[in-house]
Design a protein around this ligand. Structure first.
Ligand code: BG6
Length: 499
């Protein structure tokens, strides 16, 4: 039906964490979307591993509501039925080594001649990666089998050391190039689009450098708080949760050199080359170039609590839920161009954007406003460009106008755009690792975060409290004002700007 989309059309996915949040909200809906669009391998099955006592039938019943609530397509009975035929539940506690023998037996029954590509997905906390990998190996499963893939989720560890330990074990059990590390921001439509916008337009490619760009901003604001993840978040914080991975990945796409070709290897090499050159301000300057904050509320309620009163969060916690930081990449292309990044929970709106502000021109005795290119990543997807023209009329003066392309306003685009996990699973089945991140990059970014964390107390970086559903700490605004700049947002772009 779907023709040859994959090298191996016979694929068996083994999903650890089958009753967890990620599986419910992202993975099953993504697999269903692939089923619905005929983009699953022809012979595809998924073995869902969980501790709870489901049968495959009762799991299918449960799964329906997760798919209904989260998939981009409505359930149609025929597709759902065909999907259910591919989903089998296997009850097992992955912490108990005895469970791996029966798992091997089940896999041998499903794939007796071992011709399937087995795709292991660890949708569990990184603390369990090593246990599962080692027990799979002991059971004679996976060990360096060239057909087997493994997909893991960021953060791949808690710090450089744990991440390295995990990586070492995974690289013993699986072929290193078959380890697919997810950073789901890389699969977002408009993040993907950064390279197209840069390299498919001579008008941008030619000016994408320190001679023309004044500053770069990357913002990822969320309205959600830590929800049920207090346990994880309280020893993680915004810098490790969002900067270490998502924001640095975006930064690399915005600032890297053009990859030699479109292969995963070349893209990763170009990303790595620039990430190795990312610098934060040294010495005392760090104190004023890094703003960390924590959300609080004037009036507590069940739905709206201060971070310190969230479930499983320490009541004296000093963990940051907001971070704004000035960076630089030490490359000939971008040296001395400030790169401001920020992310926060419980902000007044959800919005991820990349803003490129160009240098000011001077024409006809008048200082023009900066041209601004804004790539809107989410929730709206699109590209906005502000530039200058002559004001109509006899008198000569400039006015600032804009072009605004809203990709997600077009219904067909919304329906035809696969969600990040759909794109990622499809890419993994097709053995295309370009949307995933490499160990070199993850390691480099952990090292960067460790260096930053070491410097923070030395340079007296303070934690500021900010009101939920507002703009974040005022100090982040002041940080840019000191540089004679401002965050690119509605207020700055003017009344015509549609956020
Ligand atoms: C995750 C973080 O990686 O990304 C979460 O752990 C964050 O804290 C999430 O909420 C944001 O993803 P998205 O796709 O909703 O922007």
């Amino acid at each position: 039906m779907n023709g040859q989309l994959f090298n191996n059309e016979n694929q068996l996915m083994i999903l650890f964490g089958g009753t967890g949040d990620l599986t419910f909200r992202k993975l099953l809906p993504a697999l269903y979307n692939l089923q619905k669009t005929d983009r699953l391998p022809t012979r595809f099955r998924v073995l869902i591993i969980g501790r709870r006592p489901y049968t495959s039938e009762s799991y299918h019943e449960q799964m329906r509501s997760w798919i209904e609530g989260n998939a981009r397509f409505r359930i149609d009975e025929e597709s759902y039925q065909r999907f259910c035929e591919k989903v089998e539940y296997f009850q097992m506690d992955f912490n108990v080594p005895d469970g791996y023998g029966p798992l091997r037996e089940r896999l041998n029954t499903l794939d007796p001649d071992r011709s399937a590509q087995r795709v292991y997905y660890f949708a569990v906390s990184p603390a369990s990666f090593v246990v599962i990998a080692q027990d799979l190996a002991k059971a004679g499963l996976a060990t360096q089998n060239p057909q087997d893939l493994i997909i893991i989720e960021k953060p791949f560890g808690d710090d450089l050391q744990t991440a390295s330990e995990i990586n070492e074990v995974l690289e013993t059990v699986f072929v290193p190039s078959n380890i697919y590390r997810i950073d789901h921001y890389l699969a977002k439509e408009m993040v993907q689009n950064v390279l197209a916008i840069r390299f498919a337009n001579v008008i941008f490619e030619g000016i994408w450098n320190r001679d023309y760009i004044d500053n770069i901003q990357i913002s990822a604001a969320e309205t959600v708080g830590v929800e049920t993840r207090g346990n994880y978040y309280d020893h993680t914080g915004a810098i490790k949760d969002m900067v270490q991975n998502h924001l640095l990945q975006i930064l690399s796409l915005v600032t890297m050199e053009k990859p030699l070709d479109e292969s995963a290897r070349s893209i990763h090499d170009a990303q790595y080359a620039v990430l190795a050159k990312v610098r934060f301000p040294q010495g005392e300057e760090l104190g004023s170039s890094l703003v960390v904050g924590q959300y609080t509320v004037a009036r507590e309620s069940e739905e709206n609590r201060s971070y310190r009163h969230e479930e499983k969060v320490d009541s004296q916690s000093m963990t940051e839920t907001y971070a704004a930081l000035k960076l630089e990449v030490d490359t000939p292309r971008f040296k001395d161009v400030p790169i401001y990044i920020r992310t926060g929970k419980r902000m007044h709106k959800r919005s991820t954007e990349i803003a490129i502000t160009f240098k000011k021109s001077f024409y006809h005795g008048e200082q023009a406003k900066n041209d601004v290119l804004l790539i809107k990543v989410q929730p709206d997807e699109g590209v906005y460009f502000r530039f200058n023209i002559k004001k109509p009329g006899q008198e000569y003066s400039l006015q600032s106008v804009f072009m605004d392309f809203c990709q997600s306003c077009i219904y067909e685009n919304r329906i035809n755009t696969p969600e990040a996990y759909e794109r990622l699973l499809f890419a993994a089945f097709a053995e295309d690792s370009s949307l995933f991140t490499s160990w070199d990059i993850a390691k480099n970014n952990w090292q960067f975060i460790e260096d930053l964390n070491r410097e923070m107390p030395r340079q007296n970086v303070q934690l500021y409290f900010y009101e939920s559903f507002d703009d974040g700490p005022v100090q982040a605004r002041e940080m840019l004002e000191r540089d004679g700049r401002e965050w690119v947002e509605e207020k700055v772009l003017g009344d015509d700007f549609q956020a």
